[in-house]
Ligand binder design. Structure first.
Ligand code: PEP
Length: 270
């Protein structure tokens, strides 16, 4: 099964309107063979969509409810109204900063789906889990707990992000990533049957231009979720380029082909 690679950025609590020029440069570097999406802080969704209407812009979190007395929160309907096409959910920083549970993450995914938005659902083990030999067990448990009803490949991607690799400069070996993605794929097969073969599995955690090619082309890795290195085009575009299939040559595509590529991203995330 050939799945198109998806390289997604996560700006976290970084960036301002001046930084939107980075998105413009990222959009200009899009190639036909790789899908690109960027999750930005809520304050930047509307100006980002206006600046790069052909790039998939998403939120970093969403509330499970559609509206109501939830001060400071943002609903899926609001994300959609702002022009977002997807959201990251269940990021480990939200699980640890805000105590988000698997059940809440599942409800967030279902809220996105109700409003026609795509989800990048994050799961990953802690260092203690890995050191105790329980990494696969913990990640599979998280997946089972947070997988939404109606999970399907046309709106859901799973990001495997070991907590100990996020922002640390440390990464698992390609073999460890392949082992974990294999366990995630097998669990998905049990839960959603044949659709599991089409769900994209992203790796996230200290992906940079230096390690992207090795991680992105490891078996069963369909893309990356990138934090720090997504903040500038200079650090993110080489990761996008590294995701290209081996037979694709950077720089040989026409503007029309690039536009087809970003149309595909928008279609894939819609
Ligand atoms: C992330 O925040 O999802 C992430 C992977 O961060 P970084 O690339 O900075 O490790």
């Amino acid at each position: 099964m050939i799945r198109r690679k998806l390289v997604a950025g996560n700006w976290k609590m970084n960036g301002n309107r001046a930084a939107l020029s980075e998105l413009v440069a990222i959009a200009a570097a899009a190639r036909p063979d790789v899908d690109v999406a960027i999750a930005v802080p809520a304050t930047l969704i509307i100006p980002a969509v206006a600046s790069v209407p052909r790039l998939a812009i998403g939120g970093e979190d969403v509330h499970p409810a559609d509206h109501g007395a939830h001060t400071g929160c943002i609903s899926a309907a609001m994300l959609k109204d702002a022009g977002a096409t997807f959201s990251v959910i269940g990021h480990s920083e939200r699980r640890s900063d805000c105590g988000e549970t698997d059940a809440e993450v599942r409800a967030k995914a279902e809220a996105l789906h109700r409003h026609g938005l795509a989800a990048i659902l994050c799961i990953g083990e802690t260092l203690a889990d890995r050191q105790s030999g329980r990494a696969v067990e913990m990640v599979v448990r998280q997946l089972i707990g947070s997988l939404p009803s109606q999970a399907a490949p046309d709106w859901l991607s799973i990001a495997y992000e070991p907590v100990w690799a996020i922002g640390t400069g440390h990464t698992p070996t390609a073999t460890e990533v392949v082992e974990m993605h294999g366990a995630i794929r097998a669990t998905l097969r049990d839960l959603i049957g044949g659709d599991a073969a089409v769900v994209r599995l992203l790796y996230g955690g200290s992906v940079t231009a230096d390690n992207a090619a090795q991680l992105l082309h490891a078996g069963d890795v369909d893309g990356a979720l990138v934090g720090g290195a997504s903040l500038t085009a200079a650090t993110f575009v080489p990761i996008m380029n590294a995701a290209q299939p081996a037979n694709a040559g950077a720089g040989r595509f026409s503007r029309a082909q690039q536009n087809n590529a970003v149309d595909h991203v928008i279609a894939a995330q819609a």
